[in-house]
Unconditional design. Structure first.
Length: 75
């Protein structure tokens, strides 16, 4: 059986395959975690943008009402 030197010790082919599967599983869970975090942040940001737009429209309408009242009082 052929042995491969890795990290200062010799590994057989069977051990090399198990290390590969552990690395792949770790990468898979890392990608899932990053994807979940991105989706959570994107959802939160979308909600923040919607509320910001709603508040802007509310304040703009109040400013327009205040301007129309001021114009009527100045006439």
């Amino acid at each position: 059986m052929k042995k491969i030197k890795c990290l200062g010790r010799y590994l057989s082919q069977n051990e090399n395959g198990s290390i590969t599967s552990i690395v792949l599983a770790t990468l898979f869970f890392f990608i899932i975690t990053l994807s979940a975090a991105y989706m959570l942040i994107a959802s939160t940001r979308r909600t923040q943008l919607k509320s910001e737009l709603l508040l802007k429209n509310m304040y703009d309408s109040q400013i327009l009402q205040a301007n129309s009242i001021a114009e009527e009082l100045l006439k």
